[in-house]
Ligand binder design. Structure first.
Ligand SMILES: Cc1cc2nc3c(=O)[nH]c(=O)nc-3n(C[C@H](O)[C@H](O)[C@H](O)COP(=O)(O)O)c2cc1C
Length: 188
């Protein structure tokens, strides 16, 4: 399968970046082709401006060049994996803005939907599963991403994986990287 791995983190050598690399590595080991989208390094602008606002009155809006480039990148892949740190129980603004602008009306929802076979979000969290469960933040972010983005846009086979305890040092980081490689290896 051709898989687009989308990374949102200000530092390329962050643990999040290493997790994205490990996922891509695991995917390759299982014979998948990966394409990497590194939103910060590519200078993606996450602000939705008027040229990319959905037009409620028509279904043939032509979006900006930058957005059409992102749409083409999505179109040449069959599956999507988003990798990001959880910030304030949600996406970082960079990833949210990429969705705002690119997963746009009559491309990803509305008169058209995405045809990807599978989508996965991997969120790194400093906290633990118990805290997320107690506060309902696990259901909240899974609902937001899986139902609210992936499935809303037509990708039924969709999931969310938490990688908790992301700030607990080298040994935990090594475990997370191993887990990420397995996630890639067993993705499909
Ligand atoms: C602005 C900001 C908000 C954060 N909010 C959360 C949060 O809501 N829940 C959580 O578990 N961790 C939160 N964290 C911790 C990050 O998830 C953690 O720093 C990250 O997973 C570590 O990975 P990294 O080294 O690749 O950045 C937050 C960190 C930042 C900088």
């Amino acid at each position: 399968m051709k898989v687009l791995v989308v990374l949102a983190h200000p530092r390329r050598d962050s643990l999040t970046g290493q997790i994205a690399d490990a996922v891509a590595d695991g995917l390759s080991q299982s014979g998948h082709r990966t394409e990497f989208a590194d939103l910060y390094r590519e200078g993606f602008d996450p602000l939705l401006m008027p040229e990319d606002e959905p037009d409620v009155g028509r279904e043939d809006k032509v979006y900006s060049d930058a957005v059409r480039r992102e749409m083409a990148r999505l179109d040449r892949n069959e599956a999507i994996i988003l990798v990001f740190p959880i910030w304030w129980w949600s996406f970082p603004a960079m990833m949210k803005g990429w969705v705002d602008r690119v997963w746009n009306k009559d491309y990803a929802y509305g008169s058209r939907h995405l045809g990807h076979r599978k989508a996965l979000a991997i969120g790194l969290s400093a906290s633990d599963a118990q805290t997320y469960a107690t506060t309902g933040q696990d259901v909240a972010i899974e609902t937001e991403v899986v139902k609210g983005v992936f499935q809303y846009c037509g990708i039924d086979d969709a999931g969310f994986i938490f990688l908790h305890h992301s700030t607990e040092g080298e040994s935990r980081a090594a475990d997370m990287i191993r887990e990420a490689r397995d996630i890639g290896r067993t993705f499909a």
